[in-house]
Design a protein around this ligand. Structure first.
Ligand code: TXA
Ligand code: MG
Length: 317
């Protein structure tokens, strides 16, 4: 397609010049900068309002580019890359000596991922190098799943926004830390943890207090302005009734009408993941002060949806 080739060439040229290009992936939109250009990477932190010691994921066009970023590329990394790349999985591995501190937040590890999105891959191939990219939102805010969300979040701080339509997966990549003895789940995401455990043949260790810093794992994150109440499925009706009785501008995030205003959130895990961030934005845009939503089961993609809902509902720091 000529259109996407021209777009890829423009994005690559801008990355070479040290500019910021927001681009679609299958999970959420990323705010990309040339990973080997510390001045460009610094602009990402400034645009997001993100603390500089929080590391960024390096996005690559293909798995065979990954070992150059790692001090060691173990068989288990190769196995997970072969099983899930391109796809919504980020691998944390010991970093190669020449990976800029700006990308890793000064840590001894680097996060790597090959996204499963044709346009993203076209951009990365045209650039031919790694692109450091966090989600293209202001720090702590809801991740963008459309180009319009990116424009709302970052506006003039970004030099080019590549529009690839709504993101297919809708929640961020699963992050697995391979820098220690046991493979560890740092963030549930687009690849179910069960699938990773099956590919590894061992269970994933849970993220402990000594885990490397991961801001997506701060308690309050992905937060809308409105209050969010995440309750057991059986408690949804009572929570809505209480709020309505108290005269609150409440909305139900869900698949079925429950006698209150409703913003659609599909019952399937995949559907809920795809719609989640847009639905949270709609709560604010429609002026609701409170949203009530049922907590999904923590299996498959439901685990990522449940994780994001809990963080969106957590007290703000
Ligand atoms: O799906 C995704 O992963 C999206 C798209 C754009 O690829 N990216 C994304 O980036 O969610 P970000 O920066 O919003 O979240 C990445 C998370 C952060 O919590 C960061 O701290 C963590 O990954 N991370 C990155 N490098 C790390 C490292 N070396 N060690 C531990 N955590 C790391
Ligand atoms: Mg993020």
């Amino acid at each position: 397609m000529v259109g996407s080739e021209a777009l890829a060439a423009e994005a690559a040229e801008r990355w070479r010049r040290g500019e910021l290009v927001a681009f679609p992936t299958e999970t959420v939109y990323g705010l990309g900068a040339a990973a080997r250009d510390p001045a460009a990477v610094a602009k990402v932190f400034a645009a997001k309002g993100r603390p500089a010691d929080h590391p960024l994921i390096v996005h690559l066009a293909a798995a065979d580019a990954a070992p150059a970023w790692a001090r060691s590329w173990e068989p288990r990394a190769a196995r997970l890359a072969a099983a899930f790349w391109p796809g919504p999985l980020t691998l944390i591995v010991p970093r190669a000596a020449d990976v800029p501190d700006a990308v890793t937040g000064g840590q001894d590890t680097v996060g790597l991922r090959v996204p499963n999105h044709a346009l993203a891959l076209a951009l990365l191939e045209a650039f031919g190098e790694g692109v450091a990219a966090p989600s293209a939102n202001r720090f702590g805010a809801v991740s963008p799943t459309t180009a319009a969300h990116v424009a709302l979040e970052l506006g003039d701080a970004v030099d080019l926004i590549v529009d690839g339509g709504p993101c297919r997966v809708g929640v961020e990549s699963t992050i697995v830390d391979l820098s220690g003895e046991a493979a560890r789940l740092l963030r549930p995401g687009g690849v179910p943890a069960e699938a990773i455990e099956e590919a590894l043949g061992t269970p994933l260790a849970a993220s402990g207090p000594e885990a490397p810093r991961a801001p997506g794992t701060l308690n309050s994150h992905y937060a809308p302005r409105a209050e969010l109440r995440v309750v057991a499925p059986a408690a949804v009706d009572a929570a809505l009734a209480d709020a309505l009785r108290a005269g609150r501008r409440v909305v139900h995030l869900g698949a079925e009408d429950r006698g209150a205003p409703r913003i659609a959130l599909p019952a399937s895990f995949e559907g809920a993941a795809r719609r989640l961030y847009a639905a949270l934005r709609e709560v604010d845009a429609a002026g609701f002060e409170l949203a009530v939503v049922a907590l999904p089961e923590a299996r498959g993609l439901g685990r990522a949806v449940a994780d994001r809902l809990k963080r969106a509902a957590a007290p703000r720091e």
